[in-house]
Write a protein that binds this ligand. Structure first.
Ligand code: ADP
Ligand code: MG
Length: 257
């Protein structure tokens, strides 16, 4: 996937994204970090063709995103948004089966392929035992997994996740991150996600992209990107960045002075 000189504005006054060029490496995990309002969700929305750029283009498999029919694109890219709302009285299995919509015409019934994909998605997200439960009956972690199950049923090579760990306690945060890692390493999915926790970004990413004020400030491996200078520049936070023998690279924020 290639991002070619993207500029985007919601209101035609300010550029919420400005001259962004980059490549998303296939079969890798790319994480976007940056302060609130820096354009992370907007960029993800552009990559998923939810918004059309004012300038520039995004290419996937050599084609421009907007030239691909929505149904065909939905077979390539699945996205889990920051905020999701399902009817509370929908079962986990039903929600998951919505991931199959791109494969259906109005009149078609569930095919064995559909059933298999839904079953696989529920298995991957460890929701088989919960499949007849209503979304409203789930914990926060299970609910997040149910949304991921829906996108997995979509059977796409690209999976985008916007702050998938927000509002989850630390156990569920790592559960989601381990799932993402597994989907990448075992199933070859190309992952692009937005994370706030820099240590999690370091641990789970092949590549980190850093956004500020709608611009892509830096991109590289965690070791290349995460330095105390960058944290100061981007967030205005003083931080120690260290290499630990056991846990690898980590950051310890000290304060805002
Ligand atoms: P992030 O995900 O990094 O927190 P966003 O991409 O959501 O940032 O937002 C980037 C900028 O675009 C912010 O200034 C935000 O106020 C603005 N913005 C986001 N969504 C909209 C919208 N639907 N309409 C107008 N402005 C928006
Ligand atoms: Mg956001």
């Amino acid at each position: 996937m290639e991002i070619k000189d993207i500029t985007y504005s919601y209101d035609k006054k300010t550029n919420h994204l400005e001259n962004i060029s980059s490549k998303i490496d296939q079969h890798k995990i790319t994480t976007i970090i940056g302060p609130n309002g820096s354009g992370k969700s907007t960029l993800l929305g552009i990559l998923a063709n939810s918004y059309a750029p004012n300038k520039g283009q995004v290419m996937i498999d050599g084609k421009q995103l907007h030239q691909i029919k929505p149904k065909e694109l939905a077979k390539k890219i699945a996205i889990v948004h920051q905020q999701n709302s399902a009817p509370a009285d929908m079962t986990v299995e039903k929600l998951t089966s919505y991931g199959r919509l791109p494969y259906k015409s109005i009149f078609s019934n569930q095919t064995p392929d559909d059933q298999q994909a839904v079953e696989w998605a529920l298995q991957k997200t460890n929701l088989i035992a919960k499949k007849t439960k209503m979304i409203s009956e789930l914990s926060g972690g299970e609910r997040q997994r149910a949304w991921i199950a829906m996108t997995l049923a979509q059977s796409t090579p690209y999976l985008f996740l916007d702050e998938p760990t927000t509002y989850l306690d630390i156990y569920y945060q790592y559960e989601i991150l381990e799932l993402v890692k597994q989907l990448n390493s075992e199933n070859g999915l190309t992952i692009v996600m937005v994370l706030h926790d820099i240590n999690q970004a370091i641990r789970y990413s092949d590549t980190i992209m850093v956004m500020k004020d709608g611009k892509l400030i830096k991109k590289g491996t965690p070791e290349q990107v995460v330095t105390s200078e960058l944290i100061q520049e981007i967030y205005g936070v003083q931080a120690v960045v260290k290499m630990d023998e056991e846990s690898g690279l980590y950051i310890l924020p000290l304060g805002t002075q």
